[in-house]
Ligand binder design. Structure first.
Ligand code: AMP
Ligand code: GLY
Length: 413
């Protein structure tokens, strides 16, 4: 079959790589792709957000399946639009994508369906938000302040003081620092515990869980510094009650959307925190995780294209085949990320031997590969143990030791 993958990050590079290796896949197309994806897929010269042109391009190539990577086009309704052509699309409708696009919507859904999550209140008025934050903090309950809309993973502020908390709310509601995304602010109880990324493949009525992974969100070693999109991941993660987590955090979402007449088709990724009072959902994503995908797909056997096609068609899903080997993924970033960083910096040789180097912020300039984003490459290595995988990943990462690059040294440690 012919598959079109939408997106151009390391997650999509991993998807394209895995799909290209599926026995039933003849050609993979990608939009917009990147120089890594270009080596294994054919790039279609259309704009991701020009849905008409994208549709035409997919029809011309007789594409059998469209796989959407990032949340932005999903929140803009790409799956609804492409679905009209009759081409199966793996990715949720705009109605379903709200579960990521609006934190206020997600919190309401969790409350209504009895899904465990942090206590919260939503505000559009700054004085009301401030009053609530002061009241919570004075009772010894620190809060997290979040822009409700889509903010590329940077919309959650974990303040150290009540002043920082009210200032974060003012930044969103008064100073407009997050634009449209910050028009509504969600103020949440601050939870503690280890995080877990649960990723499900959903066909509208049912789901299958991919092996769970743990993401490293903070920029610095030992979880220091600001939050990022993710600096690394490991899989497997020891979870005693994986099936129960699926039934608690995925099943009720599918049932809700089915009742609402908009079945959830695509990836659903609840970000969980394993607290002393049980697992709680921090957020829902309407897509696969980045870098979790780069870490989980190398461990997956079977035919991914068939699984995603069956999901897109609403057919029964095969049980994923998972390798016993471990995978460690390390993200190489531009120094300064998630703040300011230089672009167009020449990259060291990215050629990988025995590991996967998935490209993200990589561009070609005059025949040379240069950086073009915060997260540049995810290196994923497999091993019989996490320690062995770790060693292989870091042997590759070493080439970034000189130059304006940064990576965490403690992924999987
Ligand atoms: P979010 O944008 O909701 O995914 O949050 C990004 C990150 O902020 C999460 O992965 C957590 O590390 C942290 N976080 C979010 N909500 C909370 C919370 N209620 N308590 C503690 N940490 C949180
Ligand atoms: N790794 C976090 C995310 O994909 O949102």
């Amino acid at each position: 079959m012919r598959v079109l993958v939408v997106g151009g990050g390391a997650r999509e590079h991993a998807l394209v790589w895995k799909l290209a290796n599926s026995a039933t896949v003849e050609t993979v197309y990608a939009v917009p792709g990147n120089p890594g994806i270009e080596q294994i897929a054919e790039i279609l010269p259309v704009d991701v957000f020009d849905f008409f042109a994208l549709n035409d391009a997919a029809m011309e190539r007789r594409v059998d399946l469209v796989v959407i990577g990032p949340e932005k086009p999903l929140c803009a309704g790409i799956a609804d639009f492409m679905g009209h052509t009759g081409i199966p699309v793996f990715g949720p409708s705009q109605a379903c994508a709200q579960i990521e696009g609006s934190k206020a919507f997600a919190k309401q859904l969790m409350a209504a369906e009895g899904i465990p999550t942090a206590r919260y209140a939503a505000f559009t008025s700054a004085p009301e938000a401030r009053a609530y934050i002061h009241a919570e903090w004075s009772e010894g309950r620190p809060v997290v302040v979040k822009a409700s809309g889509e903010a590329l993973g940077k919309g959650a502020v974990l303040p150290e003081s009540v002043e920082q908390a009210t200032d974060a709310a003012d930044g969103m509601l008064v100073r407009n620092e997050f634009g449209e995304a910050g028009r509504t602010v969600v103020v949440e109880e601050r939870l503690t515990g280890r995080e877990l990324s649960l990723m499900a493949v959903c066909n509208g009525r049912d789901y299958r869980l991919l092996p769970p992974a743990r993401d490293y969100k903070k920029v610095g070693d030992d979880d220091t510094g600001p939050n990022t999109g993710g600096m690394g991941a490991v899989s497997p993660v020891d979870v005693p009650n994986l099936d129960e987590l699926g039934e608690t955090f995925v099943r009720p979402v599918l049932e809700r959307f089915l009742r609402d007449g908009t079945p959830y088709v695509g990836a659903l990724y609840p970000g969980l925190m394993l607290t002393d009072s049980g697992p709680k959902c921090l957020e829902y994503n309407c897509r696969f995780g980045d870098p979790e995908t780069q870490c989980v797909l190398p461990r997956l056997g079977g035919d991914l294209a068939q699984m995603l096609l069956r999901a897109a068609r609403g057919e029964e899903l095969p049980r994923p085949v998972v390798s016993a080997e471990a995978c460690v993924s390390v993200v190489i970033a531009s120094k300064g990320y998630p703040g300011h960083f230089d672009k167009l910096v020449p990259l060291p040789d990215l050629e990988a031997d025995g590991v996967n180097a998935f490209f993200a912020g990589v561009s070609e300039l005059n025949g040379e590969l240069v950086s073009s984003g915060g997260r540049v490459v995810t290196v994923s290595a497999m091993g019989s143990t996490i320690a062995e995988a770790r060693e292989k990943a870091y042997a590759y990462a070493k080439r970034f030791d000189n130059g304006p690059w940064h990576y965490r040294r403690d992924i999987g440690a």
